[in-house]
Design a binder for this molecule. Structure first.
Ligand SMILES: [Zn+2]
Length: 316
């Protein structure tokens, strides 16, 4: 069976794994991404880890890399990665090909996750898929007619920076009212604090550590226990998510929307208000037949998708 090395290069950590043709993770390793980024040190650690994962029966046929940033998949150059300081402009594909003696493909991290979900997810016949990752930031990717849609300048699918309120709060990109400014981790925590100030108490305050830090995960746990404020936080978050998705649904008419990232773990408490609001906003014909699911690949979605660049895209 063919295998490939999948690499998920993020601002904090780099994950690398051997993935087989069925999308199975054979073995993986994680190391800290150097900050500021050091091309030589990072490549050397990757090589060392890849060698350690290799055995004679699983020699890889190539390396796929997903990077948290804008990537030109043709020149395999990093165009702009705001959270990996010092990496911009690096022809990562060319350099790693020399270092490893293997073909290398590179793309944006959410694009590769979408590919992984498409090729290795449940075989349900979906051809038009929208992927949305919900975490510190909000990322997206589009599979149209079974192929990743990258756009003219490779920026397609940046769903987090679609404006959902012209008068809204400022986003990390500088614009006001982007979906990310309503759905990012920090905004969810702020929403909780705003409700708490108005309405009194929540069990989340007991869950917070001595430093008082609150996370979306705590708000989710509290909602599962029926905490009224936590439930309101997810209801309002779901309503904003529905505003974004309704526009995307009308534009793309997808078979399936896959939600990934940490906040997607709260999908069960958001599901009902999410659908209620989508039914209110999106065109009826665009919603019929639509499914919204969470990514089943969890934290391995990045490395599995990166390997799909080599094992599946263009290979089929
Ligand atoms: Zn933005």
């Amino acid at each position: 069976m063919r295998t490939a090395i999948g690499v998920d290069l993020g601002g904090t950590n780099t994950k690398t794994a051997f993935i087989d043709e069925s999308g199975r993770v054979i073995k993986k390793k994680v190391f800290s991404t150097p900050a500021p980024f050091d091309r030589g040190a990072w490549s050397a650690t990757l090589k060392e880890y890849a060698e350690a994962l290799k055995t004679s029966e699983r020699a890889p046929c190539g390396i796929g890399i997903g990077i948290a940033g804008l990537v030109d998949p043709n020149s395999r150059r990093v165009l702009h990665a705001p959270n990996i300081q010092g990496i911009d402009g690096w022809a990562i594909g060319e350099d790693l090909e020399k270092a490893f003696g293997l073909p290398v493909k590179a793309d944006n991290d959410v694009n590769v996750m979408a590919l992984g979900g498409h090729f290795f997810g449940p075989n349900d016949g979906s051809k038009n898929i929208v992927c949305l990752t919900l975490g510190t930031g909000v990322g997206g990717a589009l599979i149209i007619n079974g192929q990743l849609y990258r756009g003219s300048g490779f920026t397609a699918g940046e769903l987090g920076h679609i404006t959902i309120n012209e008068e809204g709060p400022q986003c990390s990109c500088g614009n006001h009212g982007c979906a990310e400014a309503y759905l990012g981790n920090q905004r969810i925590v702020r929403r909780f604090k705003d409700f708490l100030r108005k309405d009194g108490n929540s069990i989340v305050t007991d869950m917070a550590g001595p430093d008082g830090a609150v996370t979306p995960h705590m708000i989710y746990e509290a909602a599962k226990k029926g905490d009224a404020i936590a439930l309101k936080v997810w209801e309002e978050t779901a309503a904003h998510l529905a505003t974004l998705l309704s526009g995307v649904i009308n534009l793309v008419n997808p078979d399936k929307i896959i939600l990934g990232g940490g906040v997607a773990n709260a999908f069960d408490v958001m599901e009902k208000p999410l659908w209620d609001n989508i039914h209110k906003r999106a065109l009826k014909a665009a919603v019929s037949g639509l499914r919204i699911v969470t990514s089943k690949q969890g934290e391995d979605a990045g490395v599995i998708g990166a390997a799909a660049l080599v094992l599946k895209e263009g290979a089929a």
